[in-house]
Design a protein around this ligand. Structure first.
Ligand code: GNR
Ligand code: NI
Length: 182
């Protein structure tokens, strides 16, 4: 009986996941399509949302928590009450231009202006595996593209000049040494 109750609590408890940081090579892996949506995938989605909210982010890709599946979560709402989950995302339309000062939980404390298409239509599977289409503009569009880049092993620093990218790398390597992360 006690073991049974413990198992229920254990299974429903959310976890804050560890986020990989640039220049960790695992951020360069290409994520594989999600094949079947079971309770372990749904637990991962919920843990990723929890991890994103805990760290004050507006998006998170599975790659960032060292899970190399094509899965992302986003919440660009003010109230932090509009979570979006997308699996196997595919951009089927893009146009326009939008410039935004981007940040990344895997590149702490660096913010740089990046230009991306302003308007996209993306299709994929939702939390229940149902095919969905999202039409997005400006911030949401930027965020979705930033997350899909992660799934392809790409980071926003890749759009910067080699000099800027190297400065960020050196800064983070120094931070990691001080934190004893290596
Ligand atoms: O929290 C985040 N903010 C952000 C700002 C501008 C463009 C993209 C983002 S996503 C980022 C969280 C993150 O690293 N997702 O991968
Ligand atoms: Ni990011």
């Amino acid at each position: 009986m006690f073991i049974y109750i413990f198992n229920i609590i254990e299974e429903s408890a959310l976890s804050i996941l560890t986020i990989l940081e640039f220049p960790d090579e695992r951020l360069r892996k290409i994520a594989k399509p999600v094949k079947s949506i079971d309770s372990s995938i749904q637990k991962l989605i919920d843990d990723m949302l929890e991890t994103m909210y805990y760290n004050g982010g507006i998006g998170l890709a599975a790659t960032q928590v060292n899970v190399h599946l094509r899965l992302l979560v986003i919440d660009t709402s003010e109230e932090k009450d509009a979570p979006i989950c997308l699996m196997n995302p595919e951009i089927i339309h893009k146009d326009g231009e939008f410039e935004y000062k981007e940040g990344c939980l895997s590149v702490p404390e660096s913010y740089e202006k990046i230009v991306r298409p302003s308007h996209i239509i993306v299709k994929g599977l939702d939390r229940n595996g149902v095919e969905t289409e999202i039409e997005a503009n400006d911030l949401l569009s930027t965020c979705i593209q930033h997350e899909i880049d992660h799934l392809d092993g790409k980071l926003f620093v890749d759009y910067l000049s080699p000099l800027k990218r190297q400065r960020i790398k050196t800064k983070l390597e120094k931070m990691h040494r001080l934190e004893g992360k290596e």
